[in-house]
Design a protein around this ligand. Structure first.
Ligand code: GRF
Length: 207
């Protein structure tokens, strides 16, 4: 009886307390990945995948001892084959959460559906405003009084999935796209970290 109780307890501990398994996909600098790492959350970053072998974020991941892998589009004949390789790599590490942190490729509906409810994206605008690129310049051109960033679940619609959380900053007189983007960056980092922390904590109150 006692042995059975211990077995049940072990199963409970393994399923309930295991840290959130997070995979990060990136294409560039990786400052968002750095912010997640520096926050020292009780999560396990199980993989960092990049579509650019030379992405600074991937280099940082490698130097930090994270499991890091480049999967480059040019090495695959089709988008479908490229995404199949991405999917296979993700399936190996079984992430609970996939964070698109500056991942500059639009994934197909099939791939998105495969990870529905587990894949989120950081986007530099107050969605539903300004999906796509050049968001800072577009907010300025529109004469907006404020700008911001969103973390949202990824669906087949580009930057169109349900918003999880947002951060805001006023647009100041004389702002340029560069200045606005630079001011937003640390807020984006705080936003992502707080969302990942919340998801980790909701699974495991000790996170
Ligand atoms: C962030 O500004 C994010 O909003 C956008 O890409 C940028 C990623 O920056 N999707 P980094 O590569 O994490 O520094």
């Amino acid at each position: 009886m006692r042995r059975r109780q211990i077995a049940l307890w072990r199963a409970y501990v393994l399923t309930e307390i295991a840290p959130l398994r997070v995979a990060v996909l990136l294409s560039g600098a990786g400052s968002t990945l750095r912010a997640i790492v520096n926050a020292k959350l009780n999560i396990e970053i199980v993989a960092v995948l990049s579509d650019h072998r030379d992405a600074a974020g991937l280099v940082f991941a490698q130097a930090s001892g994270l499991s890091a892998l480049a999967i480059q589009r040019r090495n695959y004949a089709t988008k479908q084959a490229f995404e199949a390789a991405m999917t296979e790599a993700l399936d190996v590490v079984k992430p609970d959460l996939i964070v698109l942190a500056g991942f500059m490729r639009i994934l197909s509906a099939t791939t998105v559906a495969r990870f529905a409810g587990r894949m989120m994206n950081l986007h530099p605008s107050l969605l539903p405003k300004y999906p796509g690129l050049d968001t800072h310049a577009r907010a300025l051109a529109a004469g907006d009084g404020e700008h911001g960033a969103s973390v949202h679940w990824v669906t087949a619609e580009l930057d169109g999935g349900p918003v999880i959380a947002q951060t805001r900053t006023p647009i100041l007189p004389g702002d340029t796209a560069e200045a606005l983007g630079a001011r937003l960056k640390p807020l984006e980092h705080e936003l992502v970290v707080s969302v990942v922390r919340q998801i980790a904590t909701s699974r495991n109150p000790a996170a």
